[in-house]
Ligand binder design. Structure first.
Ligand code: SF4
Length: 255
């Protein structure tokens, strides 16, 4: 009979926490779910931020001062995005952590040929985003993302809390029900730094080679990998079906 490893036991417990919270916070507001997350995970929670705006880091820092904010520094960002990262680090009560790929852009070009993003964006995203984030998240129990349901069909069913099978930790999406207008209003109300590209027709901002401005009425993510079938970088592989919560028999809580 095989014995479960410590990591497997931890994953089962975290999964139970996630699925119970998924039901409990199905219709909750952002503050309610973040208050729960702060009490449950504290600094074992990280925020992922693309530096399009500072709403998510600001909201989470209200509950977890100094929270780690992971920025995927792919080496392909717009200068405006890097400048926004610096302003977030300077102005907010957060700790910005630059998450970098193992290979620099030059090293990747040498190993895989130039402009991998143009030939195989799936491989490029895996090397520059998914694997670095997987490594970074291994130090946490939960991560908070800015995924919103209105961003596109693959995000339409996003729950506020879920189990992240890809990375093996609790995933919290406090802005899932927010509109783009609500996001901008929050940012203005709190005088937060934001990426100037947002006001230049870029409602979704990723790496420069794979992002274009959108036209009025277009899907907010239509400017990402435009002209290809790719719609996600692999960090948010679609809204999961709602699993049924079946508690694991245990008396010890997972922190
Ligand atoms: S968004 Fe484009 S440049 Fe950035 S990691 Fe993915 S494929 Fe590479």
């Amino acid at each position: 009979m095989s014995v479960a490893t410590t990591d497997e036991v931890r994953a089962v417990r975290l999964r139970d926490v996630a699925l119970e919270a998924q039901d409990r916070f199905a219709d909750a507001g952002a503050d309610a779910v973040l208050a729960w997350a702060a009490g449950r995970f504290g600094r074992r929670l990280a925020v992922a931020c693309s530096m399009a705006d500072a709403v998510l880091p600001h909201l989470v820092a209200e509950h977890v001062p100094g929270v780690d904010v992971l920025f995927l520094d792919t080496g392909y960002h717009f200068p405006e995005t890097v400048a926004t990262r610096d302003r977030v680090a300077d102005l907010l009560d957060v700790t910005v952590v630059d998450v970098r790929p193992r290979l620099s852009v030059a090293e990747q070009d040498a190993a895989h040929g130039p402009d991998l993003f143009a030939r195989d964006p799936g491989a490029c995203c895996r090397l520059r985003k998914v694997e670095p984030l997987r490594e970074a998240l291994s130090g946490y129990d939960a991560w908070v993302t800015g995924v919103r349901r209105e961003e596109g069909p693959t995000r339409a069913g996003t729950p506020l809390v879920t189990w992240d099978e890809t990375f093996g930790l609790v995933k919290i999406n406090p802005l899932a029900a927010w509109t783009f207008e609500e996001l901008l209003a929050y940012s203005e109300r709190h005088l937060l730094p934001s990426n100037p590209l947002l006001a230049q027709g870029y409602p979704s901002i990723g790496c420069r080679p794979c992002t274009r401005a959108t036209a009025p009425g277009e899907d907010p993510r239509a400017g990402r990998w435009a002209g290809s079938a790719k719609t996600e970088c692999g960090l948010h592989p679609g809204s999961p079906a709602t699993p049924t919560f079946v508690p694991t028999p245990t008396t010890e809580e997972t922190r």
